[in-house]
Structure formats: C-alpha cells, structure tokens
Write a protein that binds this ligand. Structure first.
Ligand code: SIN
Length: 326
C-alpha cells in the first residue's frame, strides 16, 4: 500500500450469503453453511484491495442466508446505506449478499433510495472455503464498479457482469454466472478493473411508477409491512388459495400468470373477487423473459415489466406509502 492518504472511501457492508459460507471440507461446494465469515475477515483476505485508491471501511449489517431475508434486515441495510451515502467522503458502497434473494434486495434499495452514488451488490456461488472460490474476484469487481467515476444507482456484480437493479434475476442454481438481466441485457462488464459499459446506470426515471417512493420504508420503523403474497397460474388453478389468502387478510396479491399474464378462468374469478373486496392485485408473468403487455379493458393491473418477486416489493412499498400518507 502506498503511504498516500486516501481522502475518499468505499464502504463494504456484509449481510451474509454463500460468499461468507464455510464447509467442513475444502472443495465441498454444496454441503456448506452460508453466512459464517465476518465481512472484516473477507476484506482482510483480499490483499489486492489494499491497492485501491479509496480507503476501504467494512461493517457487518447482518449475517444471514439470504433465503431467510426479512424486512428487519432490509430496513437496517437501507438505513446504513443511506447513512454512508450521505457522507461526502464516501464514493460508493459494496454489499456482500446471498445470491438467492439478491434481486429483491437490489430492487428494494433502488426503489427506496434511488442513490446518486453506486451501491453494488455482490455475492458468490461457492463458499469462502471452496478450492476455487468465486467470491474474492466478485468482491474485487464490485469495488471496481463502486470506484468508477459517474457510477450511480443499485447494481449487482457477479462473474464479471454488471446488472441493473430493475432487471437482475438469478437464473441458475449452480453456475458461477448465475444471473441474467433478461431482455434488457447486462449494464456492462468488469474487465480487469476496467468497466465496459453498455447501458445507463439505474435511475428512478425508468418508467416504473412505484419507484417515485423515497425513504418511506426506512422511516416506517414501527409499522408492520403490508402483507403481499404471490400466487401462480397453472393447469387446474382454481382460486382456492386466493380466497384463503383474502379471508386471512392479505392486502396485496401478485399473480404470476402464464404467457402474457393470462389466468385460468377460475383463478381470474377469485382474483377479481379479491380485488372487489379491496385487495390490490397485480398481474406479472411466470415467463423468464418478456413483460406483460397490457391491453384495453384489462381488469387487473400489470406489473410494468417487473418479475413477480419485484412486483411484490413494489406493491408492498406502494401500500406502505399509502399508510404513511394516511
Ligand atoms: C444465500 O442466498 O445466502 C445462499 C446462497 C448463495 O449465496 O448462493
């Protein structure tokens, strides 16, 4: 490390995941426990980070397997990200996260913070104890993105690919390159510390209505979050799950329809009943690519291109904003 004083900082926030996972046997890429190694240790294990032109700070915000992600962690994470971003010396933030719900956290942070600085989520498909772990390179790449002049918004970096928060989706259970940006394509690539950019950084002006919401979820300390569930269309979908959820007090439903958001007639009847009873219903698609294209006379709103899990986050935030304004 040079003796030069580094005036700007990059903050690395740890939340757990496979990137912090350990297995009893080096080389066991499946039988490991996620969220075991502290963020300080992960950073210290990467001497290459010392050559960054930024001072690197680390903070453990949570230590979870991201399949267990919850609203408490999201709130804490959003608060810490907002805290650090507000400091002039902070150039950007890196967040280590499990791959399983990374896309939901990315979307949530973009929606509530719309940051003018880079917030870069990264992850790993192999635990830290693997013979050839992918986490260290992903962290180096994430720091390269957070260091980039002009970078802004919430992005994910995995296997050298940069994905925007709106589009990123985990699409593979095992491969190191487990994410896709679906139809939109990646935002860019990290090539040996340099960025090859293909598209604009995420911003609130991407045509997604719910993203006008700022900071509401962070401030909603004592409110319980709105209950929004996801149901799916499939052969024989008869709507009984929808009626049970409505009877149980659900406030919002996202339906992962078939194709262009189409629904079994029995499921549609149940969803229209629920909507008439005050439940907010949003129609997404279970297709991996494409979006629900609305047409005149649609009785159920479409998800504006969001996948079912992101449409659920957007609907929760929308309902939360209504509670906050009331
Ligand atoms: C997790 O999502 O925390 C575990 C799986 C992973 O990170 O790949």
């Amino acid at each position: 490390m040079s003796g030069k004083i580094k005036s700007k900082k990059i903050v690395i926030l740890g939340t757990g995941g496979t990137i912090a996972g350990t297995a009893a046997q080096a080389g066991d890429n499946l039988g490991y426990t996620a969220a075991q190694v502290g963020i300080g240790q992960l950073v210290a294990a990467l001497p290459a980070l010392a050559s960054s032109r930024f001072e690197l700070l680390s903070e453990q915000v949570a230590q979870v397997d991201s399949k267990d992600m919850d609203f408490g962690v999201w709130r804490a994470l959003a608060q810490r990200v907002a805290h650090w971003l507000a400091q002039d010396q902070v150039q950007g933030i890196v967040i280590t996260h499990g791959t399983d719900t990374l896309e939901e956290t990315a979307f949530f942070l973009q929606a509530v913070l719309d940051p003018a600085k880079p917030v870069v989520l990264t992850c790993a498909m192999r635990p830290a104890t693997a013979l050839a772990p992918d986490g260290p390179q992903n962290m180096l790449d994430a720091v390269a993105v957070a260091s980039h002049a002009g970078a802004r918004g919430v992005v994910a970096v995995c296997a050298g690919v940069i994905h925007g928060a709106f589009d990123v989706q985990k699409v593979h259970t095992y491969r190191l390159d487990a994410f896709s940006s679906r139809d939109a394509g990646p935002l860019g690539y990290v090539e040996e510390d340099r960025l090859c950019l293909l598209r604009n950084w995420p911003s609130a002006h991407a045509g997604y209505g719910p993203l006008a919401i700022k900071n509401i979820a962070i401030e909603a300390q004592d409110q319980s979050w709105p209950r929004v569930e996801i149901v799916m269309n499939y052969a024989g979908a008869d709507g009984r799950a929808v009626r049970a959820l409505a009877a149980d007090g659900v406030q919002g439903l996202v339906v992962a329809g078939t194709g262009n958001g189409t629904l079994h007639h029995a499921l549609e009847v149940a969803l229209l009943e629920a909507q008439a009873g005050g439940v907010r219903v949003v129609r997404a698609t279970r297709c991996l690519e494409g979006r629900v294209l609305p047409k005149a006379g649609d009785a159920l709103a479409d998800s504006q291109g969001l996948s079912p899990v992101k449409a659920r986050v957007a609907l929760m935030l929308e309902l939360l904003s209504k509670v906050a304004k009331a």
